[in-house]
Write a protein that binds this ligand. Structure first.
Ligand SMILES: NC(=O)C1=CN([C@@H]2O[C@H](COP(=O)(O)OP(=O)(O)OC[C@H]3O[C@@H](n4cnc5c(N)ncnc54)[C@H](OP(=O)(O)O)[C@@H]3O)[C@@H](O)[C@H]2O)C=CC1
Ligand SMILES: C[C@H]1O[C@H](OP(=O)(O)OP(=O)(O)OC[C@H]2O[C@@H](n3cnc4c(=O)[nH]c(N)nc43)[C@H](O)[C@@H]2O)[C@@H](O)[C@@H](O)C1=O
Length: 308
């Protein structure tokens, strides 16, 4: 990407989009185009068409999506399917129509079959049934991968798909019900500490395993792949390391400094038992994460404290 190129970061106020925006600014890009969802609703086909016709971006990072944790995905099943399909259909199709040089589509590790062998290799896509709690979101993301590949095959578009693992970082969503586990627990432990509560409740059994990547590391990987990777199919972005939700809770408890107990609410869903990514393809290209989990948790907790 040339430093003077017009780069559209869709979703620039979100956790991932804001990290990509910071990365591009730090690298000296001069024309980063942004719109909030209030200014440009990406579900609106006509508005997206007008925006692309007017702005004609050279490069697109598609980091706008309807996003949430296990309960949000399971509760708003129609919204997660419809909104994500609409956003990605509009952005990918208009990128083709206006001659965007390269587009990056962000998927998620939940596109892999629930019981696929671990670690999850890219070629396990569509080899089995999906996890029920986030099936609508995963179906939309799989459609996004297939759209990028179809536009590459039929029209020669350089559209690539990356699959990040579970993410956390600056500008995360700390909603008590709708957020992902890591920000939810930062908030719950912090509130328990401040109110001198005796215990913190963790959803599920604590036995599922998850892999976590700091969003600024993800942005760095996205930037790296945008410069170097021009292939169909998908590429995983993660750390290659995971831990149980119980161990994550104990680590967050330590970082926050909560002295009470933790208990488990097994009436809440566990979701996928494990979704560790195989990151050998990314490592072979020469990229590896920098920020380890405990360091990232301290950074995220400071960001939470600054804003709450
Ligand atoms: N968070 C995670 O753990 C993971 C995220 N991902 C993927 O990364 C990407 C970004 O996620 P993340 O940053 O966490 O999500 P956020 O919820 O933090 O940000 C999403 C952004 O999308 C924008 N957006 C949502 N709906 C619309 C719309 N209708 N029109 C225009 N913009 C819209 C929002 O814009 P505004 O602020 O202006 O309303 C918001 O800034 C997504 O594709 C997600 O699937 C993948 C794996 C894990
Ligand atoms: C990124 C990924 O995120 C989603 O999948 P998920 O990994 O299952 O998401 P999660 O972060 O919400 O939960 C992880 C684990 O943690 C447990 N857990 C404990 N206590 C809390 C808690 O307080 N909140 C939440 N949310 N989970 C909790 C929870 O029960 C589960 O076992 C997808 O829907 C999909 O959107 C997607 O791609």
């Amino acid at each position: 990407m040339e430093k003077s190129a017009k780069i559209y970061v869709a979703g620039h106020r979100g956790m991932v989009g804001s990290a990509i925006y910071r990365k591009l600014q730090n690298e000296g890009f001069l024309q980063i185009i942004t719109r909030t969802s209030a200014e440009l609703d990406l579900r609106n086909q006509q508005a997206v068409e007008e925006f692309f016709d007017t702005e004609k971006p050279d490069y697109v990072f598609l980091a706008a999506a309807k996003v949430g944790g296990i309960i949000a995905n399971n509760t708003y099943r129609a919204d997660f399917l419809f909104e994500n399909l609409a956003i990605q259909n509009n952005v990918i199709h208009q990128s083709y129509k206006t001659g965007v040089k390269k587009l990056m589509f962000l998927g998620s590790s939940c596109i892999y079959p629930k019981l696929a062998p671990k670690p999850l290799k890219e070629d396990y896509l569509l080899t089995g049934l999906l996890e029920e709690t986030n099936e609508p979101y995963a179906i939309a993301k799989i459609a996004g991968i297939k759209m990028c590949d179809a536009y590459r095959a039929q029209y020669g578009c350089n559209f690539i798909s990356v699959m990040p693992t579970n993410l956390y970082g600056y500008n995360d969503n700390y909603h008590p019900q709708n957020s992902h586990v890591l920000p939810a627990l930062i908030r719950r432990f912090d509130e328990a500490k401040k109110s001198n509560a005796n215990e913190v409740l963790i959803w599920g059994t604590g036995t599922p395993m998850r892999e976590f990547l700091f969003a600024d590391d993800l942005a760095d990987a996205c930037y790296f792949l945008m410069q170097t990777y021009n292939e169909p199919n998908l590429i995983n972005i993660g750390t290659g390391e995971d831990l149980t939700i119980k161990d994550l809770a104990l680590l967050i408890q330590k970082v926050v400094g909560f002295k009470g107990n933790i208990t488990f609410d097994s009436s809440k869903p566990d979701g996928t038992p494990r979704k560790l990514m195989d990151v050998s393809k990314l490592h072979a290209l020469g990229w590896k994460h920098q920020i380890e989990l405990e360091e990232g948790l301290n950074l995220a907790y400071q960001d939470y404290l600054n804003k709450h």
